[in-house]
Design a binder for this molecule. Structure first.
Ligand SMILES: *Cc1c(COP(=O)(O)O)cnc(C)c1O
Length: 371
């Protein structure tokens, strides 16, 4: 139907812009002869901590491990015990929940706010019990959760706040960046994120020196000094090559996020359809638009229509955690807001390499949908 196909995400085109600098970084690591936990990782950790506005960043193998090792570090420090409850949004990506259950902690699913799709802070207090010890808010789709309200509840009840910043590199709440809004934060640099490596990578950010030291040991067999093991750690290190590539890409992150914002602004101003609900950015938040998520009751109809127009879309996410077989004990539960979000959301193309005419093709197709 359309002469102008728009892929959902063109990672090859995104990374091609940095081809020479990425090859130079690769060559530097190749020629150094040092491939694990060296100068590139140390430099990346300094640069990413500075970017987020935290004292420390610790590079790890991926975003799931960043969250898992954060919770594990609080257990090592005696601030969390097996069986403690952790508040988490019911509509998050499964990795957030896996990090909690992997640690023997109990995820307590709390409904999101329908407009922002982020944790509804007003629903936290009613979900608290005598064993609630932490909140794990997720900055979903590139917008930070309501951290002012979440931190207020946490302070009142003495809870630890661990952010899931996997979708929100550079996003701000009340002027502070994702990763610097709680006690600790997990970041993913999976290739398709706003800030993506060329493979798996992740990091933990924090202002807490003692906590950072424990995560640093846990990622490397629980060792601070070679062949001396203080804790039963794992092997989840950010490698030198990914760190070197991320250092190149970090220089572009703000410009890339600004381009995403420009496209989002274009969509918000021009998509006009009675059956399509546009995303909402809450006052005080600066979103970085990891994905541009619209809602419509006839999601399958819109997705098929856009596909016929050559426009790629994805669903983030088709099945909520409480309906997954991996958590069959939750399958009978009902979370109406979460279920509605999972039934209605559709992600339109957005990326730093999308042109204005690509965006206009998406807008035209949405507005022409007969649905
Ligand atoms: C991508 C993602 C993760 C996991 O990151 P990986 O690097 O793929 O392990 C965790 N939480 C959220 C919200 C994510 O989007």
């Amino acid at each position: 139907m359309s002469a102008h196909p728009v892929p959902f995400l063109d990672l090859k085109a995104i990374n091609a812009r940095e081809r020479d600098a990425l090859i130079a970084a690769f060559t530097r690591v190749l020629d150094s002869g040092w491939y694990v936990l060296g100068e590139e990782v140390a430099a990346f950790e300094r640069e990413y901590a500075q970017y987020c506005g935290t004292q420390f960043a610790v590079g790890v193998g991926n975003g799931l491990d960043a969250l898992t090792l954060s919770l594990r570090a609080y257990r090592e420090l005696g601030r969390l015990q097996v069986g403690d409850e952790v508040i988490v949004p019911a509509n998050t990506y499964i990795a957030t929940i896996l990090a909690i259950s992997e640690n023997g902690l109990t995820p307590v699913l709390v409904e999101p706010d329908l407009a922002s799709c982020n944790l509804d802070a007003a629903r936290i207090a009613p979900a608290l019990t005598t064993t609630t010890r932490a909140i794990l808010p997720v900055h979903l789709y590139g917008q930070t959760a309501d951290m002012t309200a979440i931190n207020a509840v946490a302070k009142e009840h003495g809870l630890i706040v661990i952010e899931d910043s996997a979708q929100a590199h550079g996003a701000r709440h009340a002027g502070r960046r994702a990763g610097a809004l709680g006690d600790a934060s997990g970041h993913s640099f999976f290739p398709s994120k706003n800030f993506g490596a060329l493979g798996d990578a992740g990091a933990v950010t924090t202002d807490d020196a003692q906590f950072a030291e424990v995560v640093r040991a846990l990622r490397n067999y629980g060792s601070r000094e070679k062949y001396v093991n203080d804790r039963q750690g794992v092997n989840s290190r950010l490698d030198e090559l990914q760190a070197a590539l991320l250092r190149v890409k970090l220089q572009r992150l703000d410009a890339d996020n600004a381009r995403r914002c420009a496209i989002a602004g274009r969509y918000l101003a021009r998509i006009r359809h009675p059956a399509i609900t546009l995303p909402v950015v809450t006052t005080g938040n600066e979103a970085v638009w990891h994905v541009f998520v619209v809602r419509t009751p006839n999601r399958a109809g819109l997705q098929q229509y856009l596909q016929k127009c050559g426009i790629g879309t994805l669903i983030h996410y088709p099945i909520p955690p409480h309906r997954q077989r991996a958590y069959s004990e939750w399958n009978v539960r009902s979370y109406p807001v979460t279920e509605r979000i999972h039934a209605e959301v559709l992600s339109l193309p957005i990326s730093p390499v999308l042109s204005d005419s690509d965006a206009d093709a998406v807008i035209t197709a949405c507005n022409a949908w007969p649905g």
